[in-house]
Ligand binder design. Structure first.
Ligand code: HEC
Ligand code: HEC
Length: 355
C-alpha cells in the first residue's frame, strides 16, 4: 500500500512536468473557431527584445503563409500590377531602390519615402506620421490609397473569394472560407511580424563574433556621446535603434509636410515624424520622410550643422552646438552606421515571394 502511494505520488509529481513540457512544444493552437492551427515559432535573435503579439491575432504557420502570399500578390491592387513587395522589396532591405517617393499603380508618385518593414512588429504606430495605430489596421492603407494600390476592400474581398486557392487558405488560417477584410489584415500583419533583422556586424560584435575597426569603434562612441552625436537619445542604441517616437529634427524652418500634426491636429506636433530605425540604414536610402538626402554623410551633417531652428525642434538639437562634430567624427560615425547592415537578411527566403 505504501509502495503504491509512493508510486502515485511520484507520478503526480511527474505528470505536470510532462504536460508543461508538452505545452511548450505543442504545435497546435485553438482560436476558438473549431479548427486546429499550427503555432508559429517566432525566433527572436539575441539583439532584439521579446515581441508583444496581440492576443486576438496569434502567429500561426497557416496565417503567416497566407499573409506572405497576399503580401506578394498583385490581386491586392486595382489593375493587378502591384503588390506590397513592389515597393517593399526584400533585395533592397524592404524599401524601393533609390526612389525618394514611391510610385503607385497609375504611375503617380506619392510624397513620402517608403519605410522599411523589418522589425516592424516592435513599432507602436505606423507610417511617418503614425497615422495607423496597429499593424493590422495599417494594411488597408496602401490597398485603398489612390496613389498606391488604388483598390477597394470590397473588390479585393470579391477577387479573393472567387480565387481557386484563397478560400481554402483562409479556412486553414482562420477556420472560415469566407474571405473578409479583417482576416486579410490579420494574415498580412502576421507575416510582417516575422520579418526580423538583427544579424549585422554590430550584433556579431556584441556577441564577440566580430571586431570593429578603430574607425567604427570611434564612431560608436560619437554615436553615444551626448556632446557629439547624441544619436542614441532617439535612435536607441542596441535593440531596434529607434524609440519609435515622433520628433521635429529641424529639416525645414517651415515644414512643407506637417507630419504628425496631420493626424493629431495639435500644433505641438507640427513637423514631427516617426524616428526610423537605423538598422540597415546604409541600404535604405534616400533618407528622411521625403527622401531628401542621398547619403549618410548628408544625414550626419544635417545633425552636425545644417538643421534649422524651428518651432517644436527636438530638445536635443535646440541645445546642440552647431559644428560640434569634427570631420573625423563625422566620418567615423558614418563608418559605425555601416556596421548596422545585416547582409543575411535579404537572403532569407522565408521573407521572399513564395514559390
Ligand atoms: C506604392 C508603393 C507602396 C506599396 C505598394 C505599399 N507600400 Fe507600404 N509604404 C510605402 C510608403 C511610401 C510608406 C510611408 C508612407 C507614409 O508614411 O505616408 C509605407 C509605409 C508602410 C508601413 C509603415 C512602416 C512604419 O515603420 O511605420 C507598413 C507597415 C507598410 N508600408 C506595409 C505595406 C503593406 C502591407 C503593403 C501591401 C498591402 C504596402 N505597404 C504596400 C510604399 C508602399
Ligand atoms: C531628437 C531625436 C533624434 C536625434 C537626436 C537623432 N535623430 Fe536621426 N532621426 C530622427 C527622426 C525623427 C528622423 C526622421 C526625420 C524625418 O524624416 O522627418 C530621423 C532620421 C534619421 C536618418 C534617416 C533614416 C531614414 O531611414 O530615412 C538617419 C540616417 C539618422 N536619423 C541618423 C541619425 C544620427 C547619425 C544621429 C546622431 C548624430 C541622429 N539621427 C540623431 C530623430 C533623431
Amino acid at each position: 500500500m505504501s509502495y503504491r502511494l509512493h508510486k502515485m505520488n511520484k507520478y503526480a509529481f511527474i505528470i505536470p512536468i510532462v504536460l508543461f513540457a508538452a505545452c511548450k512544444i505543442d504545435p497546435v493552437i485553438d482560436l476558438n473557431d473549431g479548427h486546429n492551427h499550427t503555432h508559429y515559432n517566432l525566433n527572436i535573435p539575441a539583439g532584439l527584445p521579446a515581441m508583444t503579439i496581440p492576443s486576438e491575432n496569434p502567429l500561426t504557420v497557416e496565417g503567416v503563409a497566407l499573409g506572405r502570399k497576399l503580401f506578394y500578390d498583385n490581386i491586392l491592387s486595382a489593375n493587378n500590377t502591384q503588390n506590397c513587395g513592389s515597393c517593399h522589396q526584400l533585395r533592397n532591405y524592404t524599401v524601393d531602390s533609390n526612389l525618394a517617393y514611391s510610385t503607385g499603380i497609375d504611375g503617380i508618385q506619392g510624397t513620402r519615402n517608403a519605410m522599411p518593414l523589418f522589425n516592424i512588429g516592435y513599432a507602436k504606430n505606423f507610417f511617418w506620421d503614425g497615422g495607423a495605430a496597429s499593424l493590422e489596421s495599417q494594411v488597408i492603407g496602401p490597398i485603398t490609397n489612390p496613389i498606391e494600390m488604388h483598390e477597394t476592400m470590397a473588390n479585393v474581398v470579391d477577387k479573393l473569394q472567387k480565387h481557386p486557392e484563397y478560400p481554402t487558405l483562409f479556412k486553414k488560417a482562420f477556420g472560415t472560407d469566407v474571405v473578409s477584410s479583417k482576416y486579410i489584415m490579420y494574415a498580412v500583419a502576421q507575416f510582417e511580424r516575422t520579418i526580423i533583422s538583427a544579424n549585422s556586424k554590430f550584433d556579431k560584435w556584441k556577441k564577440g563574433e566580430a571586431t570593429l575597426t578603430a574607425e567604427e569603434e570611434r564612431g560608436r562612441l560619437v554615436y553615444l556621446d551626448a556632446n557629439k552625436g547624441d544619436c542614441t537619445h532617439c535612435h536607441s542604441y542596441g535593440s531596434t535603434f529607434t524609440d519609435f517616437d515622433f520628433r521635429n529634427t529641424g529639416l525645414d524652418s517651415i515644414p512643407e509636410d506637417r507630419g504628425r500634426y496631420l493626424i493629431t491636429l495639435n500644433t505641438a506636433d507640427d513637423g514631427k515624424f516617426k524616428t526610423p530605425s537605423l538598422r540597415n540604414v546604409a541600404k535604405t536610402g534616400p533618407y528622411m520622410h521625403d527622401g531628401r538626402f542621398e547619403n549618410l554623410l548628408q544625414c550626419v551633417e544635417h545633425y552636425n550643422k545644417n538643421f534649422h531652428y524651428t518651432n517644436n525642434l527636438a530638445g536635443e538639437l535646440k541645445t546642440a552646438v552647431k559644428g560640434r562634430m569634427s570631420e573625423q567624427d563625422v566620418q567615423d560615425l558614418v563608418a559605425f552606421l555601416n556596421t548596422l547592415t545585416d547582409e543575411e537578411f535579404i537572403k532569407n527566403t522565408a521573407f521572399d515571394k513564395p514559390k
